[in-house]
Write a protein that binds this ligand. Structure first.
Ligand SMILES: *Cc1c(COP(=O)(O)O)cnc(C)c1O
Length: 533
């Protein structure tokens, strides 16, 4: 039985070939409608049969057990499978097409990685298993750590942070611990104008005051202004390299030298490491801490497809403060797990604490290591070359039509940046992005970095073919031409998506987060008395 959907179909309307005409079901061939689970679920329906609650449970729970049902929607197993499969088909995915989000590095997730991650010895380990029973898994963590330290030219790596932003916090907490250990209460973290929003958020969360460092006209950190601001109150600078304008910070070594001379530390946001992996070692540039997004550079799935993983490589100065637990290789080559009880034996009593309960994202470690081993060191260097080549192909295929604000600053790194200059007055970057949805592409990153008006940040990654890039470029050119010509139809795009343009202000101001209707009792058809939400 179908419940009414939210797009306003009317069962009595005639079905014609007109794309706006409804069908009786609301489905359009393979585009299947799907109501909320609260509209189709019924209390009392379930996909699993649980045994009755044993008599003595009440004693064991001390009277804390539920006395009445809480009205969760129930579906049979096939209904539940169909509900989520139908919803998943309304989503966009890297396995469907190019995902040009700037900075996010949405690259293909090789199937070989998935095969390795599903090997029972890796997939079925439990974090509370005795270390003796997971030697192979510890070897994998240690081997991955070794690759990360080698590729970055750093001293050690904290493997447990679970995403880039979490890694930033880990790095800044190491810096804070190192400063506290020398009795130095510095209060300020400097962050460039073009920084990813997580950088100032991390510094503020760790209790620091955040100050901007201005950029030069060519989109890089202004070294002279930075030097002028350094002093005994500056704990650290946080710099993304390559930066969010898609440019390499050529002055990185000079920046690090100046920060160190002033007694501070250098945090590098390494989310864009895929542009320089195998080419540049951040350790050689004086970086003290840098997170690596395994889910970006090393191809582990992200977005809806998987959790992140953000190991942080550390300089020798910060290594003593790295959080527990971690793996360390003994003299006989055996990999050990270093935790609170044995940290002293391993000379690691200064750890600032823990970032997570356990050891990090095992499933992402196996995938990332599979990616590294299948590419080899030379293959990883080619990843960087191809990522940069693809981004420059996009930049130079569009810069006659779209403003490339830093096009004169030389080749870009992993991503191409454009602004909205020349669009007709009432047409915005948002309109263009919505029209790209109709063309079958996920939109690029919009309105970031903030230093460019109406910014469009595009990262194709190395995994797209020239044919794929040409198709994307043709689509973007066509919508950009419409934006410049003032084609008003852009303002109502998308036309062909499962939902038309949503009211984003209402969605932010008045989000509907809870179902306020009533669920139908078991066995009763769900119908219009529930609707109208
Ligand atoms: C993605 C990204 C982050 C944050 O990483 P998460 O894994 O999403 O937490 C930080 N900085 C930059 C430049 C990024 O691209």
């Amino acid at each position: 039985m179908n419940a009414p959907n939210k797009s306003g179909w009317k069962p009595s309307a005639p079905v014609t070939g007109d794309s706006d005409s409804p069908t009786t079901t609301g489905n359009r061939a393979l585009m299947l409608e799907e109501p909320l689970i609260f509209e189709i679920g019924r209390t009392g329906t379930t996909g699993v049969d649980l045994p009755p609650v044993p008599e003595n449970t009440s004693n064991r729970l001390g009277g804390m057990e539920r006395s009445e049902t809480i009205g969760l929607p129930g579906l049979s197993e096939p209904e539940a499978v169909r509900h989520y499969t139908r919803l998943s088909r309304q989503n966009y995915a890297i396995d469907l097409g190019l995902f040009p989000l700037g900075s996010c590095t949405m690259k293909h997730n090789p199937r070989l990685n998935e095969k390795v991650a599903r090997m029972p010895g890796f997939a079925d380990v439990h974090p509370l298993q005795p270390a003796d029973t997971v030697r192979g898994a510890l070897e994998v963590v240690s081997e991955l750590a070794n690759w990360l330290v080698t590729l970055t030219g750093m001293h050690s790596v904290a493997m447990s942070p679970k995403a880039g932003a979490h890694g930033e916090l880990c790095g800044i907490l190491c810096i804070r611990a190192a400063l506290e250990a020398r009795g130095d209460a510095r209060k300020v973290v400097l962050v460039p104008e073009s920084a990813h929003g997580t950088n100032p958020a991390t510094a503020a969360f760790a209790g620091y005051e955040v100050e901007d460092i201005p950029a030069t006209a060519e989109g890089r950190v202004d070294l002279e202004k930075l030097k002028a601001r350094l002093g005994p109150d500056v704990a650290a600078v946080m710099i993304t390299n390559p930066n969010t304008c898609g440019l390499f910070e050529r002055d990185m070594k000079a920046i690090s030298d100046a920060v160190h001379a002033a007694g501070g530390f250098v945090y590098c946001d390494g989310a864009n490491f895929n542009a320089i992996v195998g080419k540049v070692r951040p350790g050689d540039l004086g970086v003290d801490a840098m997170h690596i997004n395994l889910h970006k550079t090393f191809s582990t799935p992200h977005g809806g497809g998987g959790p992140g993983s953000g190991p942080v490589v550390l300089s020798e100065a910060l290594s003593p403060y790295a959080p527990l637990p971690f793996t360390a290789k003994g003299e006989d080559g055996t990999v050990h797990l270093v935790e609170e009880e044995n940290a002293g034996e391993w000379g690691h009593s200064d750890a600032f604490g823990r970032m997570t309960a356990f050891h990090g994202q095992m499933g992402m470690f196996t995938r990332a290591l599979a990616y590294m081993l299948s590419h080899g060191a030379d293959g990883l260097a080619q990843v960087a070359e191809d990522a940069v080549l693809n981004a420059n192909y996009i930049l130079r295929s569009l810069d006659d039509l779209l403003l490339a604000p830093y096009g004169e600053s030389g080749p870009c790194m992993h991503e191409a940046l454009f602004g909205d200059e020349g669009f007709a007055e009432d047409i915005s970057t948002l309109d263009l992005a919505k029209a790209l949805i109709d063309e079958g592409f996920h939109p690029m990153t919009m309105y970031f970095p903030l230093v460019v008006h109406g910014a469009m940040l595009i990262e194709p990654t190395e995994t797209e073919s020239k044919a794929g890039l040409d198709q994307f470029i043709a689509a973007l050119r066509s919508v950009a031409e419409r934006a410049k010509a003032g084609d008003d139809s852009l303002k109502a795009a998308p036309y062909f998506a499962p939902r038309r343009r949503l009211d984003e202000t209402q969605a932010a101001r008045k989000p509907v987060l809870a179902w306020e209707g009533e669920l139908a009792p078991a066995g009763k058809p769900v119908a219009s008395e529930i609707g109208g939400q």
